[in-house]
Ligand binder design. Structure first.
Ligand SMILES: Nc1nc2c(c(=O)[nH]1)N[C@H]1C(S)=C(S)[C@@H](COP(=O)(O)O)O[C@H]1N2
Ligand SMILES: [Mo]
Length: 324
C-alpha cells in the first residue's frame, strides 16, 4: 500500500489505496481455495475478479414502480446497513454489518419444491432474470417498535410462484434460509432453532405487495440485509421478511416458523402490523423511525397493516386478536 506523508508527519494511507473489506475477504478466501488446489490454472484472473466484485456494492438497475412510492423520507443507507436484525450474525444491531461481510453469496441456489407442478432449482443469476426488476419504496416496521423506509429492488413473489405452478394442495408457502455454522457465528447461539424459517398463506404470498428482493438503494443487497435474496412483506412485522433464502416450499399445513416456535405467545403466524394488538411485553401503538432518534424526536403512530390497507381483504372475517 502506498503511504503518503501527511503535513503533520503522521503516515496516512491515501483513500483510494484503502482496500475495501469485502474485496480483501474475498481475495483471502480465493487464496485459501487456491492453496487447497480447488481452483484450476485457467481463468484465474477472471475468478479473482468475480469472487471479489460479484457482491456488495455492485450496482443493480431497476425501474421505479410508481404504485409503490412513499411520502416518507428514506432512511439513510448508512442506518439501514448498520442497524440490522440478522441473528445468524449476532443479536446486537451493529454485529451483522461486520460479521456478515464474509457471507458467500455466489454460487447460490434456491430450491422451489413441494406442492407444485414444476419444482425447480434456480441459481441466483437466473432468479434475477426471471422478471423485470422494480424499485419499490417500502416502510418496514420491526416488532421491537422501530421502522425504516427503504428503496428495495426486486419483483413480486407472485411472478416466481406462477412459474412453478402450485397445485390445489398448496395452501401455505414456507421460506427456509441459510444455516451454515461455518459462515454464521450466530448459529452457535440457541436463541432460535436454525434454520430461520418463515411462512405465509398462499394468498398472502400471491399478493402483489409481497416482494422478492435482491437489492436496495440501487445496489445488490448488502449481506447484512439478507443477500442474495430475501422477502419483504411491508404489512407484517419485520421478522416475517426472511433473509438469505435457500428454499421455498409449497405445503398443505401452516408452517412452523422460527419465532412462533421460540415464543408462541409473543409471535404469531400472521404477525400483521396492528397498533391495537400489543406485544405481551410492550405496546405496539407507536414507533420510532430510525434516523429520527434524537432526544426530542417525536414517535410516530403505528398504522394498521403498517399503512398498507390494500391487504385488508386478505383478512376479512378473521379475528386479528386471535390470529395475531
Ligand atoms: N434469516 C433471518 N432473516 C431475518 C432475521 C433474522 O434474524 N434472520 N431478522 C428479521 C427481523 S426481526 C427484521 S426486523 C428484518 C430486518 O431487516 P433489515 O436488517 O434489512 O432492516 O429482517 C428479518 N429477517
Ligand atoms: Mo424485527
Amino acid at each position: 500500500m502506498l503511504i503518503k506523508r501527511s503535513p503533520n508527519g503522521i503516515d496516512l494511507p491515501f483513500p483510494s489505496e484503502i482496500t475495501p473489506r469485502e474485496v480483501f475477504e474475498a481475495r483471502r478466501s480465493f487464496i485459501k481455495q487456491m492453496a487447497l488446489g480447488s481452483i484450476a490454472g485457467a481463468g484465474l484472473l477472471e475468478m479473482v475478479n468475480r469472487e471479489a466484485f460479484a457482491q456488495a456494492g455492485q450496482k443493480l438497475a431497476a425501474t421505479p414502480n410508481k404504485s409503490y412510492v412513499l411520502m416518507d423520507k428514506q432512511t439513510a443507507y448508512k442506518d439501514a446497513t448498520t442497524y440490522n436484525n440478522y441473528y445468524e450474525f449476532g443479536t446486537d444491531k451493529e454485529e451483522p454489518a461486520g460479521l456478515a461481510s464474509t457471507l458467500k453469496t455466489r454460487p447460490w441456489t434456491i430450491a422451489i419444491e413441494g406442492e407444485v407442478a414444476k419444482p425447480m432449482t434456480l441459481d441466483i443469476d437466473s432468479l434475477l432474470k426471471l422478471a423485470p426488476l422494480e424499485e419499490r419504496v417500502y416502510r418496514l416496521r420491526c416488532v421491537e417498535g422501530w421502522s425504516m423506509v427503504i428503496p428495495w429492488i426486486g419483483y413480486s413473489l407472485s411472478s416466481l410462484i406462477r412459474k412453478v405452478e402450485p397445485n390445489s394442495n398448496a395452501k401455505f408457502v414456507e421460506f427456509v434460509t441459510l444455516a451454515d455454522p461455518k459462515q454464521m457465528p450466530g448459529i452457535n447461539s440457541r436463541v432460535l432453532k436454525w434454520p430461520y424459517v418463515e411462512g405465509l398463506r398462499i394468498d398472502e404470498a400471491n399478493h402483489p405487495l409481497a416482494l422478492l428482493a435482491v437489492g436496495m438503494y440501487g445496489q445488490v443487497l448488502p449481506n447484512q440485509n439478507g443477500a442474495p435474496v430475501r422477502i419483504v412483506l411491508p404489512w407484517k412485522y419485520g421478522f416475517k421478511s426472511a433473509k438469505s433464502i435457500v428454499k421455498i416450499r409449497f405445503v398443505r399445513e401452516q408452517p412452523q416458523t422460527a419465532w412462533n416456535r421460540a415464543a408462541p405467545r409473543e409471535y404469531g403466524f400472521y404477525s400483521n402490523v396492528n397498533p391495537e394488538v400489543d406485544h405481551p411485553r410492550w405496546s405496539q401503538a407507536m414507533e420510532r423511525r430510525i434516523g429520527e432518534d434524537g432526544l426530542f424526536a417525536k414517535k410516530r403512530k403505528t398504522l394498521m397493516f403498517n399503512g398498507y390497507n390494500e391487504v385488508a381483504s386478505l383478512y376479512t372475517g378473521m379475528d386479528l386478536k386471535k390470529f395475531f
